[in-house]
Write a protein of this length. Structure first.
Lengths: 113, 113
């Protein structure tokens, strides 16, 4: 069955530290990839997405993610986190040509000021 | 611009009572519509999706049902709630084709007592 794994369930960082959140998926075909963020008390919002082309995609607020097809991974990165990045982050995979999105279990990030 | 409305925000219902959660989308036509349940530590679980009026696909067997009586209206229902139905329910929409990413509603916190 298709699945998405986010290995880090809770991450605590100090401001200005670098961030990398892992996301691996199990699906052999073409996929569209997404990262969503949910700030405390707010809706889930799209952070960035990958459809095709350059495997390094840049999103809002300085986030980026790299698609490594051989590793079935789409890790999220930010060089220097801020207190305002405290949120829960979800990776999602959409097998191309389908309507379904498969979400990971989420990673709670806490950034200490 | 497109907006998605979901209500109520919170709901406390006794076991055995019926349920009706409503979701409407504005500013677009023929959206794909989705119901997800978000559980702590388990991420987002797709419950139902719909690609058109009257077309409902169920992802997991459960005590819930969904209906799409109008193009931009998606309803989540139950005839008799169980304790295990408690959770956070999210409605989402995407453009036809599914690969553009979701826009999520604000969610409904359902507590079955």
């Amino acid at each position: 069955a298709q699945s998405v794994s986010q290995h880090n369930h809770h991450v605590i960082l100090s401001e200005a530290a670098s961030l990398e959140l892992g996301c691996n998926y199990s699906y052999g075909g073409t996929v569209n990839l997404f990262w969503y963020v949910q700030y405390p008390g707010q809706h889930l919002q799209l952070l960035l997405k990958y459809f095709s082309g350059d495997p390094l995609v840049k999103g809002i607020k300085g986030f980026e993610a790299e698609f490594i097809k051989s590793k079935f991974s789409f890790n999220l990165r930010k060089p220097s986190v801020q207190w305002s990045d405290t949120a829960e982050y979800f990776c999602a995979v959409n097998p191309a040509g389908t309507y379904k999105y498969i979400f990971g279990t989420g990673t709670r990030l806490k950034v200490l000021a | 611009s497109q907006t998605i409305h979901q209500w109520p925000a919170t709901l406390v219902q006794p076991v055995g009572s019926p349920l009706s959660l409503e979701c409407t989308v504005e500013g677009t036509s023929n959206p794909n519509l989705y119901w997800y349940r978000q559980a702590a530590g388990r991420g987002l679980q797709l419950l139902f999706y719909s690609v058109g009026i009257g077309q409902i696909s169920s992802e997991v067997p459960q005590n819930l049902s969904a209906s799409r009586p109008q193009d931009r209206q998606f309803i989540l229902s139950s005839k008799k709630l169980l304790l295990s139905d408690s959770g956070f329910y999210l409605c989402a929409w995407s453009k036809t084709g599914g690969s553009h990413g979701y826009t999520f509603g604000s969610g409904t916190r359902l507590t079955v007592v």
